[in-house]
Each structure stands twice: as structure tokens, then as C-alpha cells.
Design a binder for this molecule. Structure first.
Ligand code: FE
Ligand code: FE
Ligand code: ZN
Length: 296
């Protein structure tokens, strides 16, 4: 089954219920959210009542909570030794929140070594994850995201991710989230995606892919920039992204759009999801969104 959704918001008051309502409004059958602002540590207490309401609504709309994804905030950087204690503490809390919300997957950026070197950075991440898994007894999986390699970002190639997986003791709790924009910007050819999957399978194993972020890229392959574009409007292109979405080896894996808002104002997800399902690129899509939304 095609599992297709987008990033949605998580409201302080309505919490998960808000996320589910938003996903439904996009015609999605899965979704991803942050449990608070991605740039800060302010987190509200999880309300069991709101969670229960949200789960009922998911059931009514055939959204399987086992496919829903939480994204950890950017401020966690396990690769930086000087900040490791904070990262460990916050990541442990985040896993707890996932567990309270009944969510099974937490996507995490592996981290940036900030001058400490690739090898040391990877070791810091391994140490951090080993401590987190030691502290935490919930059955929530961490999905390490493939990164663009902006600045000193780690996880920009499959070897680095493999090093982390090998170093973590409890690594059955660790899997991978692919991001098409990040892969492109890191130098992987999405137009030769079958070959990318062969390489991934040889180094890590396809069974470790448990989520895919579907984004176009504003920049050419290998640019190490990480700027997402709307589906079909960037350098990767619609057909190449559609091939990823419908790839037979990636069936039943949640696919999540993290494409930019049109004019920073209008969510494009309902229209992008419909276009992907239809399988035909509409090069006027963004203009249509702009016109339809500015009328209301
Ligand atoms: Fe991410
Ligand atoms: Fe992503
Ligand atoms: Zn990104």
C-alpha cells in the first residue's frame, strides 16, 4: 500500500489531534510531526485525553499509528562532545514523549562534528546512542536520516551511517530514514535510484529503510546545500521522485513530504499528494495553490 503524507504541525493545546486533523485535510494516510518547535526545547506535557481522541480519529480515517513518524529537534547534536549530555537527556525525553503518544519511530539527524573530525564525531554519536538506549526502555525506534553534508554534517554517505549502526549495541532499535533532497545534495543520483538502492543494500541492507522523506532539491547534485523544493519543481524532477515513491522494494514504507510552503504561507501538501497519486506532473501547481489560497 502507498503510505503518503507530509510534515504537519503539533499544537500545544490540541496536540496530536491537531496533527491528525491536518493530515486528514491533506488526504494523507500517514504523517510526521515535531513534538514542539524544532529549534527549541519548549515541550508541553502530553495529554492522555487528547492522544486518545487523536487515536480514535486516526482509526476512523484508516491511519495506522504504527506508520506515523516524529522528527527530533535540530538542536540535538550527538556528534558534538561538548553538548552530548544535553543531547542524551533531550533525546531520552523525546523517546518518552513518542512512547506516550503511541508513536514507534523517531527520525534523528545524526549530527555535525563541528570541527572535532569525522571519526570522533561518529564515535560521539555512537556513545550518545548507546547511553540513550541504556537509559530508555521504551520500544521506540530511532531512524537516522541521510544528510546533505552541509557544513560538518555526518550521515552524508551510507558508510558513515553503517559505522554508527555497527557501533551501537542495541542496533535493532536503529534504522534509516532516506531523504531524496539530502541524497541528491550529498551526491547520490536519484535518476539512477535503483543503483543507489543496490549500494545501500550492500552496505547497510534494504530492510533498514523504515521511512523516506520525499523532497525535490533547489540545488544540483553534490552541492551539500539542503534546500528542499516542491515536487517536480527542483533539480531531481517529478519522474525521478515518482519512481522512488512507487518503488516496489519500498512498498509499505511511510513517505513524507517536507516541501516548502508556497510563498512561505500556503501548505502545498494536499495538492502535491494528489499530484503524486495521479502520477502526472502539473507545472502550474504552485500558481494554482497561490491563486486558490489567496482567494480565501
Ligand atoms: Fe530531517
Ligand atoms: Fe528530511
Ligand atoms: Zn533537509
Amino acid at each position: 500500500m502507498l503510505l503518503l503524507g507530509s510534515h504537519v504541525s503539533f499544537d500545544k493545546n490540541k496536540q496530536l489531534l491537531k496533527s491528525v486533523e491536518e493530515a486528514i485535510s491533506y488526504g494523507a494516510n500517514t504523517f510526521m510531526f515535531y513534538t514542539g518547535a524544532p529549534q527549541n526545547t519548549n515541550r508541553s506535557k502530553i495529554s492522555p485525553e487528547k492522544t486518545e481522541e487523536a487515536r480514535k480519529l486516526m482509526q476512523e480515517h484508516h491511519i495506522d499509528p504504527n506508520t506515523v513518524i516524529v522528527h527530533a529537534p535540530y538542536i540535538i547534536n550527538l556528534a558534538n562532545r561538548d553538548n552530548l549530555d544535553f543531547g542524551i537527556r533531550f533525546l531520552t525525553e523525546e523517546l518518552n514523549r513518542c512512547s506516550q503518544l503511541g508513536i514507534k519511530y523517531l527520525v534523528l539527524h545524526p549530527g555535525s562534528h563541528v570541527g572535532q573530525g569525522i571519526e570522533q564525531g561518529l564515535q560521539n554519536i555512537i556513545d550518545g546512542l548507546n547511553t540513550v538506549f541504556l537509559n530508555d526502555h521504551h520500544q521506540v525506534k530511532i531512524l537516522l536520516e541521510t544528510m546533505a553534508g552541509k557544513g560538518s554534517e555526518l550521515g552524508k554517505n551510507f558508510q558513515e551511517l553503517k559505522t554508527i549502526l555497527d557501533g551501537v549495541k542495541d542496533n535493532e532499535r536503529l534504522s534509516i530514514c532516506l531523504d531524496t533532497c539530502h541524497l541528491n545534495d550529498a551526491g547520490y543520483r536519484i535518476d539512477e535510484f535503483d543503483q543507489v538502492l543496490v549500494e545501500f543494500d550492500q552496505i547497510i541492507g534494504l530492510e533498514k529503510i523504515e521511512c523516506i522523506h520525499i523532497n525535490d532539491s533547489k540545488n544540483p547534485i553534490g552541492s551539500h546545500k539542503d534546500r528542499h523544493d516542491n515536487i517536480g519543481f527542483g533539480t531531481i524532477g517529478f519522474d525521478n521522485l515518482l519512481h522512488v515513491v512507487n518503488h516496489p522494494k519500498l512498498e509499505n514504507i511511510p513517505k513524507i513530504l517536507e516541501t516548502p510552503y508556497v510563498d512561505r504561507e500556503f501548505a502545498p501538501y494536499r495538492e502535491e499528494i494528489a499530484m503524486i497519486k495521479e502520477g502526472k506532473f502539473d507545472n502550474e501547481l504552485l500558481d494554482k495553490i497561490r491563486m486558490a489560497k489567496s482567494e480565501n
